[in-house]
Design a protein around this ligand. Structure first.
Ligand SMILES: [Zn+2]
Length: 121
């Protein structure tokens, strides 16, 4: 199943409820599912991790739809190379955990500046 097809299926199944719940409420559900995935991983429960990964994917797609993001287009940012260093495998220097948030902010800013990561007009 292609990502666009998956997004369309999630829209058919959950779109009306997602819109009624709204972005904030739907995002909170996504975060809760991420927490459940963390629990499954911590417990080493592979079957639960399988279920939680599918839930995280579905809720991520719901949030994307509410934000007007085409997930297939969004995923294409990672289709060929690391979007930051433009290499495969990624050649970015490993960073300490505490710098991750700053790096993401910086990457988002430089991506905007370079016109990457933005959907075509
Ligand atoms: Zn990289």
């Amino acid at each position: 199943m292609h990502l666009r097809e998956f997004q369309q299926r999630i829209e058919v199944i959950y779109g009306p409820r997602d819109r009624q719940r709204g972005k904030d409420g739907t995002f909170r559900w996504l975060v809760e599912e991420v927490g459940e995935l963390a629990r499954a991983m911590r417990d080493g429960d592979r079957q639960a991790a399988h279920v939680e990964i599918s839930d995280v994917l579905a809720w991520t797609v719901s949030v994307a739809s509410l934000c007007g993001v085409d997930v297939e287009q969004a995923a294409s940012r990672y289709a060929r190379v690391c979007p930051k260093c433009h290499h495969t495998p990624c050649g970015c220097a490993p960073e300490p955990r505490s710098n991750r948030r700053a790096r993401r902010r910086q990457t988002a800013t430089s991506s905007r500046r370079l016109g990457r990561g933005e959907p075509p007009a």
